[in-house]
Design a protein around this ligand. Structure first.
Ligand code: G3P
Length: 224
C-alpha cells in the first residue's frame, strides 16, 4: 500500500520524507490556505523537490477550457505533478482529454461508486473517495472504498483507489484490508500509526532494567 501525506505543510512533508514513509503528497485549496504563502506554483515545485513520488495539485476552474488551461500549467511545473480535477461533468471531460495527452490525473471529491466508475472510464490515474466526509454524514466511507475496489477489479481498470479524507488509524487499516492502492494520510494520523501504549511501556521497562543491569555490573566490577 502506498502512503501519501495529505498536507501542503513543507515541515510535515520533510519529516515524513525523512522517516522514509512517503510515496507521494496530496494537496487541495484548503490545505494550501492552511499552509499559507502566495506562490502556489513555486510551493508545488518545492514539494516535488522534497519527495520521490506523485504530488497532486488541484485545479480551481470548473469549466472545461479553464480546467484544461490550469492542468497544462500544473503538469508543466514538474514531472511528479498529478493534476487534481473535481468529479463534475466538465472535470470528467477534461480527465478524458488529459488522459489522451498522457497527463496524469487525480479525480477528487468522489462520494459514490457511480462517480468512481465514470472516473475510471475517463482514464483517471487516481480516484479519491472521501471516507471521513461520508462518515460525517452517517454513511459508511469504507463501504465505498470496498465497492470501488471490487468494481475496478471486475473490469480491470487501471485507475488506482486513493482513500482520502482519512481521519484516524482505523481508516488506514480498513482501507488496507479493502485493497485500496493508496491512503493519503494527515501528518498527525501518520504519526499515530506507529504509536502503541504497550510499546511505550515495554520500552520504559527495558530501559529501567538496563539501567539496573549496568548499575549491578558496575558494582560487581568495582568489587572484583
Ligand atoms: O484528500 C482530501 C482531504 O484533504 C479531505 O480531507 O479531512 O478535509 O475531509 P478532510
Amino acid at each position: 500500500m502506498k502512503f501519501f501525506i495529505d498536507t501542503a505543510d513543507l515541515t510535515e512533508i520533510r519529516d515524513a520524507q525523512a522517516m522514509g514513509l512517503l510515496d507521494g503528497v496530496t494537496t487541495n485549496p484548503s490545505l494550501m490556505k492552511k499552509a499559507g504563502g502566495s506562490d502556489f506554483h513555486g510551493h508545488i515545485v518545492r514539494i516535488c523537490e522534497i519527495v520521490d513520488g506523485d504530488v497532486s495539485a488541484e485545479v480551481t476552474a470548473t469549466d472545461y477550457d479553464g480546467i484544461m488551461a490550469e492542468a497544462h500549467t500544473l503538469a508543466a511545473l514538474h514531472e511528479q505533478v498529478v493534476v487534481k480535477v473535481p468529479l463534475i461533468p466538465e472535470g470528467i471531460r477534461a480527465i478524458r482529454s488529459l488522459s489522451s495527452e498522457g497527463i496524469r490525473t487525480n479525480c477528487t471529491l468522489c462520494f459514490s461508486p457511480t462517480q468512481a466508475l465514470v472516473a475510471a472510464k475517463a482514464g483517471a490515474t487516481y480516484i479519491s473517495p472521501f471516507v471521513g466526509r461520508l462518515d460525517d454524514i452517517s454513511t459508511s466511507g469504507m463501504e465505498l472504498i470496498e465497492q470501488i475496489v471490487q468494481i475496478y477489479a471486475n473490469y480491470g481498470y487501471a485507475t488506482q483507489v486513493l482513500a482520502a479524507s482519512i481521519r484516524h488509524p482505523l481508516h488506514v487499516v480498513e482501507s488496507a484490508l479493502a485493497g485500496a492502492d493508496v491512503a493519503t494520510i494527515p501528518y498527525s494520523v501518520l504519526m499515530q500509526l506507529m504509536k502503541h501504549p504497550l510499546t511505550d511501556l515495554g520500552l520504559e521497562r527495558f530501559l529501567a532494567d538496563w539501567a539496573q543491569y549496568q548499575q549491578a555490573a558496575a558494582t560487581s566490577n568495582g568489587a572484583s
